[in-house]
Ligand binder design. Structure first.
Ligand code: NDP
Length: 246
């Protein structure tokens, strides 16, 4: 894998938040970057990125047909995906006693099964290329287990087991599979918690601040780079120390 020029990168949920920061990181490095989005607004290339190096593809990761269509679109434009950032994720927080089957299912389906779906599709081509990088975006919540997040914690812990099994399956082809576990990151997802709850969480962060999406993107970018060629099956915290020792 040549580094840094011109790999084909796919970021799920790349229209905003952490995914958008990852897309911008790879665009700044000269890669060809595709992002998935679901809404009406088609994401624009990050500032300074030529249009021909950026592609937005409509995709809901809970729909196998949309995943397949998105990959075909990326492959037609850029060729096979060499770096996958499985970032798309949701929360449906509530206590277990109040948690509906639907809230459980939706979170597992998006965060875990959706990640499986996009990784499976990427790996099929990476095996033939004999190279590739997969980075799953988990969460410190996988290890802490915050109240109200049984579904989310299960989905994000599940990513770790899946990543390690997959890492062993594909290692002989020089494909690496790793996980980043962000803490409190300034995005729409965190804003939904409200300032009081965010303040409580940030107060527990040894580095004394929340993360920017760019803090997470830098770790993802490193794991996707040649510099990380010997790192696979790892879980890299990007949490300001919040989860250390867990
Ligand atoms: P946002 O809510 O800002 O963004 C979530 C992204 O996921 C959006 O781009 C959204 O797409 C996409 N998405 C959600 N559901 C689907 C789906 N079914 N199909 C395709 N895309 C989907 O959150 P963040 O940027 O904060 O979160 C990104 C990831 O980071 C998530 O996996 C989250 O769990 C994880 N994380 C976040 C932390 C935080 O503090 N913010 C901490 C730890 C982990 P669309 O724009 O179309 O809605």
């Amino acid at each position: 894998m040549t580094d840094p020029a011109g790999r084909v990168v796919l970021v799920t949920g790349g229209a905003r938040g952490i995914g958008a920061a990852c897309a911008a990181w790879f665009c700044a490095g000269g890669h060809r970057v595709a992002v998935t989005f679901r809404g009406d607004d088609v994401p624009a290339p990050p500032p300074g990125t030529p249009g021909e190096r950026f592609l937005a593809v409509r995709c809901d990761v809970t729909d196998p047909a949309q995943v397949e269509a998105a990959y075909r679109s990326v492959e037609e434009h850029f060729g096979p995906v060499e770096v996958l950032v499985a970032n798309a994720g949701i929360t449906r927080d509530t206590l277990v006693v109040r948690m509906s089957e639907e809230a459980w299912h939706d979170v597992l389906e998006t965060n875990l099964t959706g990640a499986f779906r996009v990784a499976k599709r990427a790996v099929a081509k990476m095996l033939r290329l004999h190279r590739g990088r997969i980075v799953f975006v988990s969460s410190v919540g996988a290890f802490v287990g915050l109240p109200g997040q049984a579904n989310y914690a299960a989905s994000k812990a599940g990513l770790v087991g899946m990543a390690r099994a997959l890492a062993r399956e594909v290692a002989s082809r020089q494909i690496t599979v790793n996980v980043v576990a962000p803490g409190v990151v300034e995005t729409d997802m965190t804003a939904a918690l409200g300032p009081a709850r965010v303040g409580e969480l940030v107060a527990m962060v040894p580095l004394g601040r929340s993360a920017t999406p760019e803090d997470v993107a830098a770790a993802v970018g490193f794991l996707a780079s040649d510099a990380a060629a010997y790192i696979t099956g790892a879980v890299v915290p990007v949490d300001g120390g919040l989860g250390m020792g867990l």
